[in-house]
Structures are given as structure tokens and as C-alpha cells.
Write a protein that binds this ligand. Sequence first.
Ligand code: CA
Ligand code: CA
Ligand code: CA
Length: 286
Amino acid sequence: MSCCTMANRIFLLAALLGAGLTASGCPTGDGEGQVVGSFFLLGCDDAFDYGSRTDPARYDMGANFFVGEPIFDERESNPVNRLDLRIQRGGNNIEDVDSLYIQIADVRAVAERFVASDYAGSPVGANQNISANLSLYVTCPTYFSRLAATVSGDASACPGLDAATRNALCESMDYDEPLDPTVAFGPFGPQSSCLVFCRFGTAERGTAVSSTFAIDFGDIVQGFFHLNLMDQRLLVSGGEICDDGVDNDGDGDIDEADCDLSSGAGHLMGTFNFEVRRGQVAQEFP
Ligand SMILES: [Ca+2]
Ligand SMILES: [Ca+2]
Ligand SMILES: [Ca+2]
């Protein structure tokens, strides 16, 4: 971690005393990582499109703000630990930034996968244990929907990844290193929608996961991902989406002619390495 070595803590305490530090001595949002992509988004600002269907635009969030929120969901029969992770540029309210929001519905289920020797990541999509969406209030201010991660019908969400390759990738990952969204990343293919954790709190490969496993404030999360993105409005409409290899409306025909074209699609890739800390709500101007 860039922040939490003892020397850095002392430096930060000296330099930033009273400037919104958390109890651990690190500023809220501290961490490292990248969020880049290649996608199009039509109708950004009346006439302005971000890229086009045939020529997606490159994207770099300039991610520099990383927060997380553990949530204990106390359902009667089956309580479950959830986790929300948020990666942004700057610590403004979500309506004022580009923001990648990753939600884990069942943290223990991710840990169970993580500790397995053949762990190769988790699929990311609307109906998966991990979902993710990208809001773009800076890049595309009039786009009020989101680009959501979705598992494409004709591709496996997570590529094959043997233990040696996975470990080598995790050990050599430089979370500060810029990524090029036009170059293949790690084991991922162009339609992968998958998140591979390199660290997941206290989970340790080869050891059993306790029934109460959770990610808490102060735990480290580290990983890398490749997401297949689609306009969220289309994903929730229940209609047939053209050209995604999925029978979205469940009528038995895949990608039939009576379908809707997405007004935004593409892919996103990235890395993250941070200690889970709560994002403070930015002050509203009086
Ligand atoms: Ca159909
Ligand atoms: Ca149909
Ligand atoms: Ca379809």
C-alpha cells in the first residue's frame, strides 16, 4: 500500500493533520489502481456521442479514489455479508464524478472461490454474485443510465487461468502502471466479464472459510478485472438486445430481428489495491 507504511503514516499525520484523516492515519479514498476502457455512448449531450458503434472511444477514468462499504444483510433465515466497492476520480458525490461501482452480494461465496487452488476469478454481471456498473457524469453529463457489466452469451465470463499463471500475475501486478485499453489484458479475452482478486481480506488460499467470513474496514482488497459493458436501461427492459448472443426476452430465439440496439457498449479493464474505508459524503454547498 502506498499509504500505510509506518513512515508514510507519520509523514501523512504530520502533513495532513486535521485535514480529514481517518483513524488509521490514511486519507479517505487512498489506494492505487486503474480504470480504462473502450466503449461508445450515444446521445451524451444532445448532439455529442462518446465514440460510435463502429469506432468506440478510449476511456481513462484517472482513478484515484477508492472506498468500500461492508454491509451485514440480516435476513431471518440466511444472513449474508455484502460488500460495495467504489472507484472514482476524486472524492465528490457520485452525481459529480465518473464512478465504477462493484457490488458483491455474498462475500463468503467469493472467499470460498478465492481459497480454492483452481481460483480463476468470479463472473461479473447483473445476475451474478458480483455486479458492476459505470456511471459517467463527467464524461457524459446527460447520460443518466449506467454501463453495466454483463456476461455475454457466447463467451465464458472468466477465462481459464491455472494456479501458476494466476499467482505470477498477482505477484507481478503493478497497480500504479497505466493500462492500454486497446491491448489484451492478462488472461482476459475481448468478451470476458470477470474479476480476479489477488487479496480478499483475511481469506487465505488452501484454508477453510469461516461461516461468518466478512470483509471489514481496514481489510485489503486487491485485484484486476475485465468487464463486458452494456447500457443498463436495455438490461433491465426485458426486451431482446441485438447481437449479444443471449435470448434476453426468453422467447427461444437468440438475437432475433425484433431487437433493440444498445445505446452504449464496450469493455472496461482495470486494477485496484486499497484498504477498505468508508467514503465520506461530500459536503453540500449551503
Ligand atoms: Ca429472444
Ligand atoms: Ca422476441
Ligand atoms: Ca440478444
